[in-house]
Write a protein that binds this ligand. Structure first.
Ligand code: KIV
Ligand code: NA
Length: 265
């Protein structure tokens, strides 16, 4: 089908068509998810944890986000590609936020950026929107504030969540991610807004759902968040495949004649 554009997501909500978003950081994954008809590919700053092996998202740089974003947006045909503005690339000033977001859209084929924060980011979201840059907001558990929040904790203040949701919608965000909030609070926000809510650990009443691709595939050996459903077991399948390779090398059954070259006779 035709490429998904930011305003399409608002149309999907009005029609009751649920939105799907997954993270992608590399070309083969982006191609596979795009072919599967996933609506949005998020080049998440979660790349710091999933790919770079960090404990938090704080260390990833704007250059690294653009590197991954360029790859994903170049191969995606239909899916809307959204790049996370990383920690430190938009908090200094509105001008810094515009500079960072402009780089994402000039140096990649992504069509939108995502940033974390509610009321405190409203003026930044409004300025980006005024500059013609589509913004996806992200409220509830905002991992770039992990130290201030005291860890990755469920955010149960419904009044604050509703205020943040109204603020980002009023500022012009075309969608908002709700992370780790009670299902009832996510339902209240979803009912209150005309822009779609995309949930992660936010229950079934959102307008869409997002997962980190490594959590969906079971590519991560370590901690599994309660909200992540594993649709496969890639980590153990990768170990199995590597063990079989090692065993066949040891037995001299790899490579075989069909995987070898001979001199021309
Ligand atoms: O970086 C990321 O993967 C995200 C999603 C969890 C929404 O922001
Ligand atoms: Na993120």
């Amino acid at each position: 089908g035709p490429a998904v554009q930011p305003p399409d997501l608002i149309r999907y909500k009005s029609r009751g068509r649920l939105i799907t978003m997954l993270t992608a950081y590399d070309a083969p994954t982006a191609r596979a998810l795009d072919r599967a008809g996933i609506d949005c590919l998020l080049v998440g700053d979660s790349v710091a944890m999933t790919v770079q092996g960090r404990e938090t998202t704080l260390s990833v740089t704007l250059d690294q986000m653009i590197y991954h974003g360029e790859i994903v947006a170049r191969v995606a045909r239909r899916a809307l590609v959204v790049i996370d503005l990383p920690f430190g690339s938009y908090q200094t000033s509105v001008a810094q936020a515009i500079d960072s977001a402009v780089r994402c859209l000039k140096e990649t084929r992504a069509k939108a950026v995502k940033l974390e924060g509610g009321r405190t980011m409203a003026s930044t979201i409004a300025a980006l929107t005024s500059a013609g840059i589509p913004v996806m907001a992200h409220i509830g558990l905002t991992p770039q504030a992990v130290h201030q929040l005291g860890g990755y904790k469920i955010q149960r203040d419904e009044e604050r969540l509703l205020e943040d949701a109204h603020a980002v919608a009023q500022a012009g965000a075309f969608a908002v991610v709700l992370e780790c909030v009670p299902a009832s609070a996510a339902a209240a926000v979803t009912a209150a807004l005309t822009i779609p809510t995309i949930g992660i650990g936010a229950g079934p009443h959102c307008d869409g759902q997002v997962l980190v691709i490594h959590d969906l595939l079971g590519s991560t050996d370590g901690f599994q968040p309660k909200f992540a459903r594993r649709y496969d077991d890639f980590a153990s399948r990768m170990t199995d495949a590597a063990r079989r390779f090692a065993a066949e090398v040891a037995q001299r059954t790899f490579p075989g004649p069909e995987e070898s070259f001979e001199m021309r006779s």
